[in-house]
Ligand binder design. Structure first.
Ligand SMILES: [Zn+2]
Ligand SMILES: [Zn+2]
Length: 248
């Protein structure tokens, strides 16, 4: 889709955006922002950048009124307020984000910080055409931490150079490549055709990802395609240990 076409639609608030709004809600401690509140305009700008990074043209998708409205919506999920104190517009995604993050303020802060950092770093990339297709192409369930951090995770583990290094090093050490969760061996099963085939999964929590940090070989584990799929099949994504537990 071309950026011009995208700008015509008014996209629904995404998980990433709601996480950022919830982080502002947390900072306001349930209070109402003052007129011309700096934090509200900053969030409005950040959200507009979020859409620009994804190829949406224009800079007025999320104005300060829209941001304030979202803060009001979030209040409907806050048990601190009597039922009915906020607007009755709370949607399912808001409820999910509230459940995932509100009781864990450190996780919320860390995730929101990583999202803001990735918006900034993706925005610095030379060409939007290199980012947008990758975002559109995400076929796995978006992580609890949202779409941009999902994209960064995915890019990290599919980087061919680092994956090759990981495989070369493991082959040199163990003489074969097997799934670190279930032990599947592609050569054993598929013969020569399966030689060198295995997937890499990046194990760093998404809240710790930003556009800038480098992948280390120790951040990657080798998984068969099934196990890798299972990890990303539902929110929250499984850890490799949790997957091993299931397989036991
Ligand atoms: Zn496996
Ligand atoms: Zn993965």
């Amino acid at each position: 889709m071309k950026p011009e076409e995208k700008s015509k639609r008014n996209p629904a608030w995404s998980r990433d955006e709601i996480i950022l709004a919830l982080d502002l809600y947390r900072q306001l401690q349930g209070g109402w922002p003052k007129k011309n509140d700096q934090k509200v305009s900053e969030l409005s700008q950040t959200l507009n950048q979020f859409w620009q990074v994804q190829g949406y043209a224009g800079d007025t998708l999320r104005n300060t009124n829209g941001v304030k409205m979202k803060l009001m919506n979030l209040r409907t999920h806050d048990p601190k307020y009597e039922k009915g104190a906020g607007l009755k517009a709370g949607n399912k995604l808001e409820a999910e984000v509230w459940t995932d993050f509100w009781a864990r303020p450190d996780y919320l802060i860390e995730t929101a910080t990583a999202i803001r950092a990735s918006i900034a770093s993706l925005g610095r990339e030379s060409s939007l055409e290199t980012i947008t297709p990758q975002i559109d192409d995400i076929d796995e369930v978006e992580a609890a931490e949202g779409r941009l951090l999902t994209l960064i995770h995915r890019r990290r583990e599919r980087s061919s150079t680092i994956a090759k290094n990981k495989k070369d090093k493991t082959l040199a050490k163990n003489g074969r490549l097997i799934c670190e969760a279930c032990g599947f061996d592609f050569v054993e099963r598929y013969g020569e055709h399966g030689a060198g085939f295995i997937e890499c999964h990046h194990i760093k929590p998404l809240a710790e990802l930003s556009g800038e940090t480098k992948t280390r070989l120790s951040d990657l584990v080798l998984l068969c395609a099934n196990c890798h799929r299972m990890i990303h099949a539902k929110r929250p994504w499984l850890t490799v240990d949790e997957l091993r537990q299931i397989l036991r």
